[in-house]
Design a binder for this molecule. Sequence first.
Ligand code: ADP
Ligand code: MG
Length: 367
Amino acid sequence: MKVELQNLTKIFPSRNKKSGEEVVAVNDFTFTIPDGKLVGLLGPSGCGKSTTLYMISGLQKPSSGKIFFGEEDVTDLSPENRGVGLVFQNYALYPHLTVKQNILFPLQNLRGADKLAKEEMQERALEAARLVQIDELMDRKPSELSGGQQQRVAIARALVKMPRVLLLDEPLSNLDARLRLQTREEIRRIQKETGITTVFVTHDQEEAMSISDMIVVMKLGILQQIGKPQEIYDDPTNLFVAKFLGTPPINVFKGTVKDGQLYLGDAAVLDVNGVEDQDVTVGIRPEGFIPDANGKLVCKLNNVEVMGRDVSVVAEHPASLNPVVRSIINADYAIDNSAETVSYTLKPHKVFLFNSETEERIRYEVK
Ligand code: ADP
Ligand code: MG
């Protein structure tokens, strides 16, 4: 089921009556979630991810704009009539019910034409439980399950009604690191197996990158960029997006463009053809540095951290806007940890220029 948002906006009245400042939680979102895909809504806390999700679910009413499921305008439909499955960060299972009863619960509330026969309910519950691999645990109570297992039950409960759209709001946040990794792979598998159009909310860029067909990056209620994870990483539209994606994060410098050359401090470090002379903010991905004794970018070497296949070189540069410059280098380059300095040439497609005021990307010709 394709989901389409058209100029979707949500304005909350001020919580503090006196100050009267309203909050534009979601500002004029227009995008389409393709049928059968998993889309990650990504952004820092407070950027409007949950609000967007709740509007898709029907739990919150948009201030303006429309939502379509396929060709159907669902903007005024109640949550029950939209056919959505919802999973939240806290699993919100009924503690006094068994796993099976929890999964059956949404089916038992179906009325009228949707009402199911008892056997069919049992069958559907078992099918959903199998899909998330908790069919062995059907008679346990939630308190007898691990966090990961509880979240699986919550997912089974969301799937049992065969929703048209599955909505997940930070579903992994309460899990420890190992379970988080495992459960996110599970969610990806389940999504692929069922082919249900899924919206996955997270503030964790790595999680969004690893699981999504498409990412929507948001900041303060404003859409920043939409695309495949790799596309956004390789071609960020502004400094915010460049900084939000990637671990270790992108290195940021103050730079100047003069006569088609990018200067960091006094050194011309890269040809940037077609860019007018101006001060710029420069982002360099950690993998964009090539150790080179003749390299123009000379940094003070702090430390070389061995990571196995790669090494991480921690250095300093006066033009850096971060305390350190962190590069990821193939371990085949022997970097002398006792040296005073390390010199680099730069990979042009890993260096991004931004307008130093608007922080919008300035593109140049990569030769
Ligand atoms: P996220 O899920 O990305 O952390 P939210 O969608 O929860 O962000 O919130 C977006 C903005 O809207 C925040 O500034 C938040 O304080 C505000 N907000 C959310 N819900 C309400 C509400 N019910 N009343 C007033 N403001 C709200
Ligand atoms: Mg939220």
